[in-house]
Ligand binder design. Structure first.
Ligand SMILES: [Zn+2]
Length: 506
């Protein structure tokens, strides 16, 4: 006579009732033997909730029953079998259909209408209890969130969970700030930021290589301006996904927005930086290949003088006129959470003519360009961002420390020399990259500090002047970017900010 003994403990059962797996197994096996079992197969699920049907132990038991080798099925209590009435009835039906005798320790199973009714009631009550426990813990969590407490470790890079709140991890926060700064001030996208971080040898949140998607998530995460969103995901049913085949997995859904709770946590970046980054990301989304059909001479250079957002090319019909415009991003499509900008649509041809004529003027009269530059350079040198240099210094410092640590390990003879050499080599590469970037920044700073002379500017523009009349669209686009840093558009006024001709920067 072959018997299956099925036992289950969930983590909370063990804590609350002191149900131990060994105890359950022991009683069940003795019962099976007393009923004449000669072979006993143990099927066990540990740490798995009874509301999940797809438990590995139970699945194995059901397979064996289906194959028809089993005579007896022993279980401690109906609620071990399932905490969901329909699951309980499914499994029971399978056992009965296979002609297997069903026995519980804690419950007298009778194959009569009354017995079955009572059995179903037990199942219904088990399900109700389970639901109540879940409901209570969910409500408890929600209440905590509404009180402004962080209910669990949210896994946001830059923070650690401590006493129902988040605490900033300074080293990681510095990286987050750097990511935002690069995006806003150097117009870098997630892909190039990830590449730079990898270049610097900075480990990703998971301790490996930075991916584009990781950087993108960081750039969109409101936690960094101090707004952690809780109660956003509906995880119901998702816990069992790892036991299910892919096609049967429960999809984790968003709750409706009204359900979300925002908890205040320490901010890592400023609101201004956040806004600048969101604008940049929105603009990049708009300029994705396939979206830009027109040739826009000024794309990426325009800024709205009313709200500060970027402006981009737009083909559309306004007052029955089908034309091509530049429009403020905060007006069309608009920026979430911000009022629509009132900047009027600007005709593309008009704006481009204005800017182009200024560029031509500068090429032909370098002194004009020189005067404009001098004024700007004076302002720039006052405001350049030094934070990246600071970060590089601290990285270089850690390289030095690591090196002396390796030398120390070597002297004590703890690790074979080949391994030490390999690590020193890697350290050297990292140091070189950092030094290279440092000198890049310093030379850029030097350029800014030392205003070019009118003669330099004339030299840089000489070649351009000769070919000015023969430039195609790409050539004009290139020239505009060589001399124009930014164009600020307000109704009735266009302010064109010059830049040092690129030749000087290389
Ligand atoms: Zn605007």
């Amino acid at each position: 006579m072959i018997a299956i003994v099925y036992c289950r403990v969930s983590t909370e059962d063990q804590a609350r009732h002191g149900y131990s797996l060994i105890d359950q197994l022991d009683v069940c096996k003795r019962k099976a033997q007393s009923l004449g079992a000669t072979d006993i197969i143990e099927c066990v699920d540990e740490g798995i909730s009874g509301s999940i049907l797809e438990r590995p132990g139970l699945t194995r038991a059901r397979d064996l029953i289906r194959q028809g080798h089993i005579d007896l099925f022993v279980c401690y209590d109906p609620d071990r079998l399932a905490r969901n009435l329909s699951h309980q009835l499914i499994v029971t039906e399978e056992i009965e259909r296979a002609g297997v005798r069903l026995e519980f320790i804690n419950f007298d199973w009778k194959d009569t209408p009354e017995g079955k009714l009572f059995y179903s009631l037990r199942g219904a009550i088990a399900e109700y209890e389970k639901e109540k426990i879940r409901e209570r813990s969910m409500r408890g969590k929600r209440r905590k969130a509404l009180e402004g407490k962080v209910t669990h470790m949210p896994g946001v890079y830059g923070y650690r969970y401590k006493d129902s709140s988040l605490e900033i991890i300074p080293e990681e926060a510095a990286i987050v700030r750097q990511i935002y700064t690069w995006c806003a001030t150097e117009d870098m996208g997630p892909k190039s930021i990830a590449a730079r971080l990898n270049d610097f040898g900075i480990p990703s949140p998971k301790g490996s290589i930075w991916q584009k998607a990781t950087v993108k998530r960081i750039l969109h995460n409101r936690t960094y301006i101090g707004e952690l969103i809780l109660q956003r995901w509906d995880h119901r049913g998702g816990k069992a996904n790892k036991f299910r085949p892919p096609e049967e997995r429960v999809k984790i859904k968003f709750y409706p927005k009204e359900h979300w709770v925002t908890v205040q946590v320490p901010a890592i970046i400023s609101k201004d930086l956040w806004n600048a980054v969101q604008e940049r990301m929105e603009r990049a989304r708009q300029l994705k290949p396939g979206r830009a059909i027109e040739n826009y001479l000024l794309s990426g250079l325009l800024r709205c003088g009313i709200c500060g957002a970027t402006m981009h090319g737009f083909r559309g019909t306004i007052r029955q006129k089908h034309r091509i415009y530049y429009v403020c991003t905060a007006r069309n499509p608009g920026i979430p959470g911000r009022p629509k900008c009132v900047q009027p649509y600007v005709l593309r041809d008009f704006l481009e003519r204005q800017v182009w004529s200024r560029v031509v003027l500068w090429v032909q009269n370098p002194d004009e360009l020189c005067a404009a530059l001098e004024e700007q350079l004076r302002k720039d040198s006052e405001s350049i961002d030094q934070s990246e240099l600071v970060m590089i210094e601290s990285e270089l410092n850690s390289v030095t420390k690591e090196r002396s640590r390796l030398v120390d390990i070597f002297q004590r003879g703890l690790v074979p020399i080949s391994e030490i050499e390999e690590r020193l080599e890697a350290l050297k590469t990292r140091e070189n990259r950092l030094l290279e970037r440092k000198s890049q920044i310093n030379s850029r700073l030097a350029v800014i500090r030392q205003a070019p002379t009118p003669q330099d500017i004339r030299d840089a523009l000489r070649e351009v002047r000769a070919s000015l009349d023969n430039l195609d669209f790409e050539g004009r686009k290139h020239l505009v970017r060589m001399l124009v840093d930014q164009i600020v558009v307000t109704p009735g006024e266009i302010t064109i900010r010059a830049r040092v001709p690129i030749k000087f920067l290389e």
